[in-house]
Design a protein around this ligand. Structure first.
Ligand code: 5GP
Length: 184
């Protein structure tokens, strides 16, 4: 899927495919250096992190393992409440593992804050976070995100794994939608 397949639904491209992929090169090089000689487990958060995980993991030279969690946060509409339910748990025992959570976007940070304390309670050797996108709201919650792709403004974005009503996840870029999409 590309901009041409969207009819008039696209408002603007915020981050191009090239920008995203170049930034992932840099992040992967950093993670390779930081975890050299260690055994790393990447934990992806479904479904939004699928694209980041696939592109990021393939750039790493480190041998890694990959696992997935699905969570749903109870909230009103598009805002997150921080109350989280596990829909799919990890298959991996985290004891003494170095864990890197791979996220698509941190907005309020409430979901991530919950996830972090949940994973920390499983006695891993370390837990760090990588997110492709971060919004300014996230600064209000004290979550230490070690690797950030891009800081973006407080706008609802789609593409590169992120959806609106389960659509647009397969866009190779990150963009905003035209107002009529929300009205339909
Ligand atoms: P938080 O708890 O940080 O507020 O919520 C994070 C989750 O909300 C993300 O994992 C994502 O699923 C969703 N989210 C937050 N902002 C956006 C956005 O701009 N676009 C989309 N599609 N989802 C978002």
């Amino acid at each position: 899927m590309d901009a041409t397949d969207m009819g008039g639904d696209l408002a603007k491209v915020l981050l191009s495919e090239e920008q995203l992929q170049t930034r992932l090169d840099e992040l992967a090089a950093q993670v390779d250096a930081d975890y050299a000689g260690r055994d790393l487990l990447l934990v992806g958060v479904l479904k939004g992190a699928v694209m980041v995980m696939a592109d990021f993991a393939r750039r790493l030279h480190l041998p890694i393992q990959m696992d997935w969690m699905a969570v749903s946060s109870y909230g009103a509409g598009t805002t997150s409440s921080g109350v989280v339910r596990i829909l799919k748990d990890l298959d991996t025992d985290l004891s003494d593992r170095h864990v890197l959570i791979v996220e698509d976007i941190v907005d309020s940070g409430l979901t991530l804050s919950w996830l972090l304390s949940n994973l920390r309670s499983r006695n891993p050797a370390s837990v760090e976070i990588l997110t492709m996108l971060r919004k300014p709201e996230a600064a209000k919650v004290d979550v230490d995100v070690r690797y950030v792709g891009f800081e973006i403004p407080t706008e609802f974005v789609v593409g590169y794994g992120l959806d609106y009503a389960e659509k647009y996840r397969n866009l190779p870029f990150v963009g905003t939608l035209a107002p009529h999409v929300y009205a339909d």
